[in-house]
Design a protein around this ligand. Sequence first.
Ligand code: B12
Length: 490
Amino acid sequence: MKALLVYPEIPDTFWSFKHILKFIRKRAAHVPLGLITIASMLPDDWELKLVDMNVEQLTDEHIKWADMVFIGAMVIQKESVKLVASRSKAAGKKVVAGGPLFPSMWNEFSDIDHFVLNEAEITLPFFLADLEAGKLERVYDTNEKPDITTTPLPKWELIKMDLYASMSVQYSRGCPFDCEFCDIVNLNGRRPRVKSSEQMVREFQLLYNLGWRGRLFIVDDNFIGNRVKVKAALRELAKWQAENEYPFSLFTEASVNLAQDQELMQLMTAAGFDSVFLGLETPAEESLKECGKYQNTSIDLVEAVKTIQQNGMEVMGGFIIGFDNDPPNIFDRQIKFIQNSGVVKAMIGLLNAIPGTKLYHRLREEGRLMEGCTGDNCDGSLNFIPKMDAQTLRDGYQAVLNHIYSPKEYYARVLQFLDNYKPIRKKRIDKLEVRAFFRSILYLGILDKGKNKIYYWKLLIKAFLFHRRSFGEAVSSAIFGYHFRKLLQK
Ligand code: B12
C-alpha cells in the first residue's frame, strides 16, 4: 500500500507567522504532528510519503503515486481540504481523513470516502482491520479516550526539519476546565491524560539524535492540567536538558493558575521553558463567567502575567471580544488590559462558535447561529448574531487591533515586558537568530516607514543598555510586530 499523507494549507493567520518566516528563511512555523503520529500506527510494510502543503506544493505526481490519500486537518484548513479531496477523487484515489476538523463536520465533505474520527489510537486499528477484510465503512468513531502512554513516537523521518521554525511534542491531552467556546472538552475530555516521564525523555532524545536544536512546542491543551504528574516529568526533562546543554527552548499552553504555583514555574524554567501561551480572554468578569472561565475570575490577571514574566517566562495571551456580556466600553478596557499586562504577542480574536462546542449548541438553540465558521478568530468574521450591533462590534474590534499593533503602542508594550521579564538563563543565540537580527536591521531599521524605524532603533538601544540579557527577546519581538502589523492592521 502506498499512502500519501497530506497536511492542507493553513491561510495567513496570527499563528501562521508567515511574515516572520522570511527573516529566518523557514517555510512554516509548525509541523503536522497528528499526521506523523498516525504514520507510526500504519502497518510497517506500507510505503509512506508526506506532503505538508505549508512547505511544499502538492503535485499531481504525488497523488498519482498513491493508492490512498490520508488527510489530517483542523477547521482553519477546511477549504484546502476540499480541494485536496476533490483532486484525489478525480485521480481515482480513495481518500481517508482524520483530525480535529472532522468529528463535528465530517458530513460536509462528499469527496472523502472514509473518516477515522477522534483519537486514532482507538479508531485507526478498526479501520485497518476492515481494510484488510475488504469491508470498509464510511465512519469510524469512538467516545473512548486512549491511554497515551501507548502512543508511538512520531515518524519524524517524514518531515523535512530544515523547513520548519520549531518542532512539536505532546505531553498531555485534555483540560480540567470547561470553557464554553473551546473544542477540547469534546475532543480530548476533561481528565488530563499524560505521557510517562521516560516516554517524554525518549521523545526529546529522538529529536536530539535527528539533529534538531532550537524551538520545541509542547502542544498540549493545558500543559499543567495534572500538576503532580507534570512536576515529575519536568524534573526528568530538566535533568536531560542540563546534561545536553539545553538544546531545546520550550514553549506551551497553560491555564492562568500557573502563576499561583511557584514550584511549577521554577520547574518549567529549569526544564527550558521560556514562554507560555495563556487564555486571558477578557478583563470583563461578567464575560468570563458567561463562558465558564471561572479560573480567570479568582485571580488578578495582569498580576498573574507579571508574576510569570518575573519567573522567567514570556506570556503570550489569547483575548476574546464578542461575548454577550461585553459592556459597550469593552474595546477600551481590552486595550488597557493588554497594554498594562505587557503581553507583546496578544492574539485578540472575535468570538467564534466552533462546531461541536457548547457555545455552538447554545447559539443554535437561541436561533443565533449563522453559516460559515472560518476557524480563524482574527479574520473579523462572525458566525453568530452577537448581542452588540454586529457592525459596532467589528469596527470596535478592528480599532483595538489598529491601536495595540500600532508601532507606538507595540514597541511600548515590548519595553514594558522587558522591564518586567527576568530571564533565568542567557538565550542561546544560533545562526538563525543572527541572520534574523541582520534581516531585522534591513527590514525594520532601514526599509520600514519613517517613524517605525525610530521606534525600532530606540528599542534596540534601550535593550542593549538596560536589558542586555533579554536582547534576543527584544529583536524577536520587533520581528513579530512586523508580522502582526502586516496581518492585522487595516
Ligand atoms: C499545535 C496546535 C496548533 C498549532 C498548529 C500546528 C500544526 N502544524 O498543525 C498552531 C499554534 C498553529 C495552532 C493554531 C490554531 N489552532 Co490549534 N491546536 C494545536 C493543538 C494544541 C495541538 C495539535 C497537535 O499537534 N496535537 C497532537 C496530535 C498528536 O494530536 P491530533 O492532531 O489531534 O491528532 C490525533 C487525532 O486527531 C488523529 N488525527 C490527526 N490527524 C489525522 C489524520 C488522519 C488521516 C487520521 C486517520 C487521524 C488523524 O490522530 C491523532 C492521534 O490520536 C490542538 C489541540 C489538540 N490537543 O489537538 C489545537 C487545535 C487543533 N487548534 C484549534 C484551533 C481552533 C486553532 C486556531 C484557530 C486557534 C485560534 N483561536 O486562532 C489556530 C488556527 C490555525 C492558525 N494558523 O491560525 C482547535 C481546532 C478546532 C477544530 N475543530 O478544528 C484545537 C483542537 C484546539 C481547541 N482548543 O479547540 N494550533
